[in-house]
Design a binder for this molecule. Structure first.
Ligand code: URA
Length: 195
């Protein structure tokens, strides 16, 4: 997280470290997946051993910064399906507006893990979760890198059934909706679109 927060970190290193952190966050988000038991033989003896029952999974990237987390998550679970929700923030009202929505079918049978590096005001995450529920999703989690207390409170009130998995809970939002201390604009850091 220190490397990601540091403004001197290059775009290439930012992407690489984000991928590694996403992998770890993915472990946390999936640690309670259902396990079954199968009988196997080790070279020495028979054993009833746990295995993943294979609940269908879907990562949903909130564009564009969510895509920065996908590579690490797909390193962990290569078979997961991926959806995309395009939301942009109106910089004056900080309201979220949808411009794209594409997800795999049977959302209701899947664990849907929404991914966005920053949980700031919570508006984008709330709208994305609204849309996913409307499309049939029933079991959701929200995975992010940095969360603001204001965003956590607002999101948890709107969607108390959706657990938040985050690497850091930061101090506060500034008056234009950026997280402090944060890491700046996650999309710009991932894609090198500023400076
Ligand atoms: N989105 C970002 O990319 N960074 C913030 O600090 C807040 C929202």
């Amino acid at each position: 997280m220190t490397i990601l927060r540091d403004k001197h970190t290059s775009t290439a290193q930012f992407r690489q470290v984000l991928r590694e952190v996403a992998f770890v966050l993915g472990c946390e988000a999936t640690k309670d997946l259902a396990l079954g038991n199968i009988e196997i033989e080790t070279p020495l003896e028979k054993l009833r051993a746990p295995y993943l029952e294979g609940k269908k999974l879907c990562f949903v990237s909130i564009l564009r910064a969510g895509n920065g987390l996908l590579d690490g998550l797909l390193d962990l679970i290569p078979s997961a399906r991926v959806g995309h929700v395009g939301m942009y923030r109106d910089h004056e009202t900080l309201e979220a507006h949808r411009y794209y929505f594409k997800t795999p079918d049977k959302l209701g049978e899947r664990l849907v893990i929404m991914v966005d590096p920053m949980l700031a005001t919570g508006n984008t995450a709330i709208s994305a979760a609204d849309e996913l529920k409307e499309a049939g999703a029933r079991a959701l989690k929200f995975l992010c890198l940095v969360a603001a207390p204001e965003g956590v409170e607002k999101f948890s009130k709107a969607h108390p059934d959706i657990p938040i998995i985050t690497a850091a809970l930061d101090r506060e939002l500034n008056d234009v909706g950026y997280i402090l201390p944060g890491l700046g604009d996650a999309g710009d850091r991932i894609y090198g679109t500023k400076g």
